[in-house]
Design a protein around this ligand. Sequence first.
Ligand SMILES: NC(=O)CCC(=O)C(=O)O
Length: 263
Amino acid sequence: MKYAIYQMDVVVADPEANREKIKNWIEREVDDDKPDTVVLPEMWNAGYALDRLDGLADNNGENTIPFLSDLAKKNNINIIGGSIANQKENGIYNTSYVFNREGKLVHHYDKMHLVPMLDEPKYLNGGEAKGAIFELEGVKMGVIICYDLRFPELMRAIALQGAEVLHIVAQWPTARKDHWKFLQYARAIENQCYVISANSSGSCNGTDFAGESMVINPSGELVASGLPEQESTISASIDLTKVAEIRKNIPVFDSRVPHLYGE
Ligand SMILES: NC(=O)CCC(=O)C(=O)O
């Protein structure tokens, strides 16, 4: 499966400008590289303008769902749609949507772990869905959102449901970029999954975002990485036979003793 990751400089507080950027980027990538799947960063509609979301958040995905669905269908690509600030009945969530090549919405997830360092708990509601998985082209996959990366339980739950690829959509600051990188290696190695991340570049409210989006294989080897702090495209192909290979050679899932973990 061939990926294109948009390491995007999100325009703060301007959903229309960001939709235009994404449309132009997808159409350019499809013309040039013909990816099977594209990945967008976190909160791409408004950026971290959390104190101004009342006029900026989407409303139950009413703009985002048709926008990304049309792009997926017209360009014959799967879209891991990053995430958006999304107004629902009882508050604003950080919501990720996933679409297949037919433009069908196959998954949505509300970020569970709200990041205090960026004031998310002050403005957003946390999601409550368990770490569900979805299928694209017969492959079981998962998606988590940025700060979720710090909670190994969530990715382990996704891996135990059979996921072979974990996507991380993010706006991760430069100040903690080593955690961003090392945690991704850890998640790939301990779960023997591909880890594919889309981080933003640019800045908001004095916070610079690290870029350095990554593709890491199930053995913990770096396949591709984005430039630090610069808007760029990361292209990579993944070989899913590597998942079965490492799980045969180092059968950690067979070695687990959950009855002794106090689960
Ligand atoms: N957008 C985020 O969730 C940022 C996470 C972060 O800054 C951290 O975990 O450190």
